[in-house]
Design a protein around this ligand. Structure first.
Ligand SMILES: C[S@@+](CC[C@H](N)C(=O)[O-])C[C@H]1O[C@@H](n2cnc3c(N)ncnc32)[C@H](O)[C@@H]1O
Length: 354
């Protein structure tokens, strides 16, 4: 079980390798990372047998930016028939699992394998139950099987409270027909990712005010309005009529980088396509000066060294808050609905909520 296997957005394998290598080096865990370009996965092969377990024990999955899912384990070659017996034999060294997820990679080959996985899951689950290897319990260790092909699978283990919230790290969100743009799902996913469900009514409610920087045509504003907030939408572009008709939206044609509210707002969200360093400064100003209590901001990443750039900017933002002596929690994740970008969530911890 010395390999840590990670899923990611195709094209971001290098970022996953850079990120996990940096953490492993800081923790003194020897090994090497590799990830074939466009394969939608990467692995960290540890020198010591307990390296994978140590990495997962020392790191919180939600603090990692680019991996969508992770598990420690090993690759297993499967025969053409009776794959289940081979799997059961391999699982003899593993603990009893509380849940089973069959996963594929976010690639064309992966998509082709999902039908096979759906069919295979039923007999496999039955066999695991019968052999006492799986006793359904949501809090127990999770068996993650990532099929690379019908004959090759990564057999992995992950703690259910320290791994992706959804199989393959992909939330199944339904596009709301009334929303003006598909990017509405980015903000909805951000809320699922960063705000525990039981806190939504407290932190996303109709007593609140929000600002949407770069709001047109209104996919993100739609999400704020859906939670009943009064929204100031900043963009020179038009807002969807349906949103304006709610009476909850004030549309201002202004520059999102200079416009500021007169009073602290509960939420600032920003999806402007801009150099990430400039967006990072915007984050620092809004949270640092207390213009908002909480924010979701997209950092666009067109450059090559994307992990290095995100790390540098997050460190800069953090140092900025420290210098101002303000307490802000910072999280950053490449969401499933993100493309060449990552999503940051920030929350002032020292500003009283209203
Ligand atoms: C990716 S789109 C936003 C889509 C929006 N989040 C949605 O869900 O419908 C980016 C928007 O930022 C706006 N924009 C670009 N620069 C801006 C600036 N300096 N101030 C305000 N808006 C800006 C553009 O007009 C564009 O509408």
């Amino acid at each position: 079980m010395n390999t840590l296997f990670m899923h990611c957005r195709p094209g971001f394998e290098g970022e996953v390798c850079a990120e996990i290598s940096e953490h492993a080096a800081l923790l003194g865990i020897a090994g090497y990372a590799r990830g074939k370009p466009q394969s939608a996965c990467a692995e960290f092969v540890c020198a010591e047998p307990d390296g994978g377990e140590r990495l997962m024990r020392e790191l919180r999955f939600e603090r990692l930016i680019f991996p969508r899912q992770w598990a420690r384990g090993a690759f297993v070659e499967l025969p053409e028939s009776d794959r289940i017996s081979v799997l059961l034999e391999h699982l003899a060294d593993y603990p009893v699992f509380g849940s089973l997820w069959l996963e594929v990679l976010d690639s064309n080959e992966g998509k082709e394998l999902s039908t096979f996985c759906r069919k295979f899951e039923v007999p496999l689950r039955k066999a695991l139950h019968k052999a006492g290897r799986l006793v359904e319990n949501a809090a127990g260790p999770r068996l993650l099987l990532t099929f690379i092909s019908g004959r090759r699978v990564f057999v992995g283990l992950a703690e259910s409270n320290n791994s992706a919230l959804w199989p393959m790290g992909i939330p199944r969100l339904k596009f709301p027909r009334e929303a003006p743009s598909r990017s509405t799902l980015k903000l909805e996913e951000a809320w699922h990712q960063f705000i525990p469900r039981e806190q939504w009514d407290l932190r996303l409610n109709d007593d609140m005010t929000g600002v949407d920087l770069g709001a047109s045509p209104g996919g993100w504003t739609y999400q704020l309005v859906k939670r009943g907030m009064l929204v100031t939408a900043i963009d020179n572009g038009p807002m969807a009529e349906s949103l304006m008709e709610t009476g909850l939206v004030q549309h201002l044609m202004a520059d999102g980088f200079t416009w500021q509210p007169k009073h602290t707002v509960d939420w600032m969200v920003c999806d402007i396509v801009e150099k990430p360093a400039r967006t990072a400064s915007l984050i620092e100003t809004w949270l640092g000066e207390g213009l908002c209590r909480e924010a979701v901001v997209n950092l666009k990443l067109p450059m090559k060294q994307r992990y290095g750039e995100v790390r540098r900017l997050l460190d800069r933002i953090e140092a900025g808050f420290k210098a101002r002596k303000v307490k802000v929690s910072i999280a950053c994740k490449q969401l499933y609905h993100d493309r060449e970008e990552v999503t940051c969530h920030l929350r002032r911890l020292d500003l009283k909520s209203r």
